[in-house]
Write a new protein. Structure first.
Length: 146
């Protein structure tokens, strides 16, 4: 049976937005595969604002959550494996849901471990193949985001 966490997370995210509140997630930053700004991690955890106004390109799939955002003015691509999501809640009143060892969480742990191994291998391969820096000659552009 598939893990329930991705489905619950997507549903609660929509519920929070439908109630005009700000969705946040609590993340276990110590797990393999988590890509978050280390300078904001406290006691192995980080809270991330995933409201549409705070992130770009938010994707919540069965493996994890990914988006880009600015932290202290510095842009960063964030990836959180689904197993590392501890809770989703509203900033305004704290309502939401915490996750634990629900049915199917073993599958999430295995997916996170496999993804981390594959990612490490691809980073090592790409560094070995291309040691010359690439230069993109495109001019920077701005766009209005509502």
């Amino acid at each position: 049976m598939k893990p329930s966490r991705p489905y619950l997370l997507r549903a609660l995210y929509e519920w929070v937005l439908d109630n005009n509140m700000t969705p946040h997630i609590a993340v276990d930053a110590t797990l393999q595969g988590v890509q978050v700004p280390d300078q904001f991690v406290q006691d192995g955890q980080i809270t991330l604002n995933i409201a549409p106004s705070a992130v770009q390109g938010l994707m919540i799939d069965d493996q994890g959550i990914s988006f880009s955002a600015r932290f202290g003015g510095v842009p960063m691509n964030v990836y959180v494996p689904m197993v590392a999501v501890l809770a989703i809640f509203t900033r305004e009143n704290g309502m939401g849901m915490g996750f634990g060892m629900e049915p199917g969480v073993e599958v999430l742990l295995e997916q996170a471990e496999n993804a981390a191994v594959l990612q490490e291998a691809s980073v090592e391969t790409s560094v070995a193949e291309d040691d010359t820096p690439r230069r993109d000659n495109k001019k920077p552009t701005l766009r209005v985001v509502k």
